[in-house]
Design a protein around this ligand. Structure first.
Ligand SMILES: [Fe+2]
Length: 343
């Protein structure tokens, strides 16, 4: 078995490959590492056949959907996953065949309703059901402490004590542990009484993960993150620097239209000299009156440089092939001490 752990902050992803056939599965990939997984698979001569999420993640953005499109391979989750983009839904006991390897699913609800662990040879991928020295939390959507109690004590902890444990999160840099070690040392597993376990889980007082709303939205529906929307827009748009624009204005070389797409109040408070005002929210509605010449070069800016990137991409999609976004926004322009016109 070829085996690779990818660490991304506190998240862990695993690439498991069959040496004989070069088939591989990728477990819990994270969006920011999408290119790394492909590079690792290529380096090891592996072909990823399955993209597996052990559960609906609430704390990071899953890469399964994006990689599935790139690689044209199925996304695998447990049968109770709500995500519409899942191609293969496993039930407890079912196997994923990866070359000569057999990954067996075990439904382990509790952290989420759709949590599953996967066993292969000497190891188990526990997702957020069992962490090193901890368990997944049960206070996020579809979490259930009583179900986690069963999934642990009547499920994953029944595996052979020597089974290696590879969780989806690890914050202290430990590579893995074993079922036996966890039974002996994991503080949360010392409450063997169901009631006491549930009470302990209810009183952990954990802070909410950052990006929880966006992570659930994108991981449950297959929708895009805001960062993805911005990256896609930025990829089809050229940019102009603040200094270049300032130079053009100063030397009267400003042969293009400068378009301010912020709200009216912000424009009135201070804008770049000569700028035309057309709020992003009204761009599509007023484009035909305000921008009659589709061949015109248009430099778009906003407050921070993000909305202007989206607006520039929209303009280019509408045919304004001379649309350019300012690299930065009004905030950076002011901070640079460049001239601002009020009213
Ligand atoms: Fe999780």
């Amino acid at each position: 078995m070829l085996f690779e752990t990818v660490v991304s902050g506190g998240c862990r992803s695993y690439l498991i490959g069959c040496e004989e056939t070069c088939a591989a599965a990728l477990i819990d990939p994270e969006l920011s590492q999408a290119d790394r997984y492909l590079a690792l698979a290529a380096r090891d001569g592996l072909r990823i056949k399955y993209l597996v999420d052990t559960h609906t993640h609430a704390d990071h953005f899953s890469a399964t959907q994006q990689l599935a499109k790139q690689l044209n391979v199925p996304v695998v989750m447990h049968g109770s996953s709500p995500a519409p983009f899942v191609d293969l839904r496993l039930q407890s006991g079912e196997l994923l065949v990866v070359g000569k390897l057999r990954l067996q699913a075990m439904h382990t609800p509790g952290h989420t309703r759709d949590s599953m662990c996967l066993t292969v040879e000497d190891r188990v991928f526990t997702g957020d059901t069992l962490l090193i020295g901890a368990t997944g939390r049960t206070d996020l959507p579809s979490g259930d402490a009583s179900a986690l109690y069963d999934s642990l004590f009547n499920g994953v902890l029944q595996l052979d004590a020597a089974t290696k444990v590879f969780p989806a999160h690890e914050y202290k840099g430990r590579a893995h542990t074993t079922i036996g070690q966890e039974l002996a040392e994991n503080p949360r597993l010392q409450q063997r009484d169901r009631g006491a376990f549930i009470e302990m889980m209810a009183n952990l007082n954990l802070t909410m993960p950052t990006h929880i709303t966006e992570a659930l939205r994108t991981n449950m529906t297959g929708g895009k993150t805001v960062a993805q929307m911005l990256a896609e827009a930025a990829a089809i748009v050229p940019f102009m620097s603040l200094a270049e624009l300032k130079g053009c204005i100063e030397t009267h070389r400003c042969d293009f239209l400068v378009l301010d797409v912020r709200e009216r109040d912000a424009f009135m408070e201070g804008h770049i000299q000569g700028a035309q005002h057309l709020p992003r929210g009204q761009l599509e509605l007023r484009v035909n009156q305000e921008l009659p010449d589709p061949t015109r070069r248009i430099l778009v800016y906003c407050e921070f440089g993000r909305v202007s990137t989206l607006a520039t991409a929209t303009l280019r999609q509408m045919g304004f092939k001379g649309a350019v976004a300012l690299d930065g926004g009004m905030k950076a322009w002011r901070e640079a001490g460049y001239p601002v016109v009020a009213g």
